[in-house]
Design a protein around this ligand. Sequence first.
Ligand SMILES: Cc1cc2nc3c(=O)[nH]c(=O)nc-3n(C[C@H](O)[C@H](O)[C@H](O)COP(=O)(O)OP(=O)(O)OC[C@H]3O[C@@H](n4cnc5c(N)ncnc54)[C@H](O)[C@@H]3O)c2cc1C
Length: 388
Amino acid sequence: MSVSYWLDKTDGTAEYDIVIIGGGIAGHSLCYWFQKIMPKMKVALVEKGELGSGATGRNAGFVTCGSVEHFNRLVGTHGEKLALEMWQFSEENLKLLKEEVIKDPSSLSFEEKGSFSLASTDNEFIELKKSADLMRRLGIEVDMLEEKDIQNRLGAIGFVGGIKYVKDASIHPIKLLEELYRISSRKGVDFFSQTEVFSMEKSGDKRILKTNKGSFLCDAIVMATNGYSSLIHPFFKGKIEPTRGQILAVEPVDIFMEGPCYANFVLDYFRQLPTGELLIGGFRQLDKEKEQGFSDETNPTIQKALERFIEDHLPKLKDKRITHRWSGIMGFSQDGQPFIGSLPDDPQVYFLGGFTAHGLGLAFHGAKTLVDAMAGKEIPHWLSGRRV
Ligand SMILES: Cc1cc2nc3c(=O)[nH]c(=O)nc-3n(C[C@H](O)[C@H](O)[C@H](O)COP(=O)(O)OP(=O)(O)OC[C@H]3O[C@@H](n4cnc5c(N)ncnc54)[C@H](O)[C@@H]3O)c2cc1C
């Protein structure tokens, strides 16, 4: 974005070693790892809204392994070895979150009930069975479900079968951010909300971030702006695409679901919160063109489809009241994997994003990978920002 004369408020300049842009799960995870791995660095995080204003405060709270597609397809694209590495990366994400951050699970509404992928067609069920065979052979714990099991354990109808990923989890995403914030701010990381970055400029060895609240002079910048990244730098055009996701929430009912579920090749999803409310999301495939871009409006076509999903699959929600409808902007990469690295035209500007609807399952480990890389470690090629 360019900066007008009127908006160029250079009256105040704050100095830091590192400034992170973006207060979602990626930005807050970066704060955590900077204070842990590089404790001497003076770090600030700037966020144009409030903590979690972006996708992180609008998601469904699934903390799942793997990626946007069934494991058999991941193997088909990348081969067994790399697909397993990708899966293990997100397993490690959950392990790190538990070891480092989730000390009191119930205070974060953190539950380890696994997650389910449900097939409404025989063809998808065949793929799920193939995935299960592959996963078991590679040592990943999964269970198979028949139609009856789905009705009994998940209260859902209209599905022919499914798979349970035994080790997956779910969380309250804002409570997770607040916990990360609490840890990092105690260790001296500074937070600036309502602070929008307009431009990043070079000044000799230093970098200047111009914002609506003044300038930040620093040695390194880390962009954790995910879906919004191409608004700040053109490198991300065609790499991290802003893609909208929609959810609705239904008033609380007695707990009837064993765990959170995906359906229809991971495109649609539903879960029951520990407090009884249901979240139902997905269906962006119905209006792909409109669901691109930076506006976080709700889309009536998709919201209608979410209501139809309740009628078709969730009889226990009949006549229950819809309490919330919302949308959020995600960052999608073409291969579904995140981007970690530094800009080709400026190695002092780093980035972490492109989680393709799986940031809770990837960003904490992703942030560690970036901070480790800044300390000299190599980034695996499949995560590298230079791979395409
Ligand atoms: C409806 C929906 C459901 C989802 N469900 C799940 C799920 O169940 N599980 C899961 O793992 N993932 C889910 N996701 C995806 C997940 O939310 C994202 O992958 C994750 O939140 C990305 O985190 P982030 O920190 O990279 O980006 P964000 O949370 O989007 O954070 C980026 C931040 O950068 C800020 N920013 C942007 N530009 C500027 C600027 N110029 N100056 C200052 N600040 C700026 C934004 O305000 C924003 O807060 C879902 C997403 C949506 C929208």
